[in-house]
Design a protein around this ligand. Structure first.
Ligand code: GUN
Length: 296
């Protein structure tokens, strides 16, 4: 069994990014990511802390904006509008999920495309978690072309964008949601399984075999800690390759996000400002073994 080691992949990416950030610092550009947190939640705080810690190590600045109750879409959009116009802001992310009263689509589409480093709009930047999954597989020389890929979960952060990117790379994709009846057989029939349901144990040992590649991109929280979807201890000995949680997709996702911030700072940082209507070509030439990968 091969362990798909996200910490290793992330550390290689971060080494390259650190050098690139140093070059930007010499040009008096300090890559800066603004994180908008709506409400307070221990797990969200944990995610933000992980991002901040890694960013600091490579010289990227993170500024957090807390939006407090009473919540409204307008209140969050106002913060984003202000950041869209701000020069020392190269990327904006709004930590999800948002409170019920806030319209997630309106918030996401309020972000200027050249600052949408979470890639929600799928315009100038590749979304970090799907990129992390693809880069993790590439690193271990696991092709997706013509492979049967079953994705469990159809969410905004992983399932939806990943199914698009996987299909663009020639994979035969099957997406399962909570209404899918035959998840177990779709898992059994796949070559690669990506689980992003947020349901611990949803990939169990009776669904897998020795040729399976399993990527655990699920996150759920219990008692302030984050869990994956795969029953790792039971499943790992039975499959060909698997990622763990923690230490799998998570660290690479953070590195991908920071890579987008570096790309944004390098492409748009020197210019005074860009408007929503301009869509200049983004310079994606960054980050070590992934230099040639541009978003598709
Ligand atoms: N909530 C959990 N993970 C993420 C993430 O990667 N980006 C955003 N915006 N929200 C999240």
């Amino acid at each position: 069994m091969i362990l798909l080691d996200g910490k290793l992949v992330a550390s290689e990416m971060l080494t390259t990014l650190k050098r690139e950030v140093a070059v930007l610092h010499e040009q008096k550009i300090e890559p800066t990511l603004h994180v908008v947190v709506v409400g307070s939640n221990r797990v969200v705080d944990l995610y933000v802390k992980q991002k901040s810690k890694t960013a600091k190590k490579i010289g990227i600045k993170i500024i957090t904006h807390k939006v407090t109750a009473p919540f409204s879409t307008q209140k969050v959009v106002q913060v984003i509008t202000r950041l869209n116009a701000q020069k020392n802001c190269h990327g904006i992310i709004v930590q999800l999920p948002l409170p019920e009263k806030v319209n997630t689509d309106k918030v996401i589409w309020a972000i200027a495309p050249h600052k949408d480093v979470d890639g929600f709009q799928m315009r100038l930047f590749r979304p970090p978690t799907p990129s992390a999954i693809l880069d993790l597989l590439t690193f271990y020389h696991i092709p997706v072309m013509r492979k049967k890929v079953t994705i469990i979960g159809n969410g905004r952060l992983v399932g939806k964008p990943l199914s698009v990117l996987m299909q663009k790379r020639g994979a035969h994709v099957s997406v399962c949601t909570h209404t899918t009846r035959d998840i177990a057989s779709r898992v059994r029939n796949a070559d690669i399984i990506v689980s992003a349901a947020g349901v611990p144990g949803c990939v169990a040992k009776n669904m897998v075999h020795e040729h399976h590649v399993i990527v655990d991109a699920g996150t759920s929280s219990e008692g302030g800690t984050i869990h994956g979807d795969v029953a790792f201890a039971d499943v790992a000995p039975l499959v060909s390759a698997i990622s763990s949680t923690p230490g799998g997709v998570g660290p690479v996702t953070v590195a991908e996000l920071l890579k987008n911030v570096v790309i944004a700072a390098r492409t748009y940082g020197i210019k005074e400002s860009y408007t929503h209507t301009k869509s200049p070509k983004t310079d994606h030439s960054t980050a070590g073994p992934f230099v040639k990968r541009i978003h598709t």
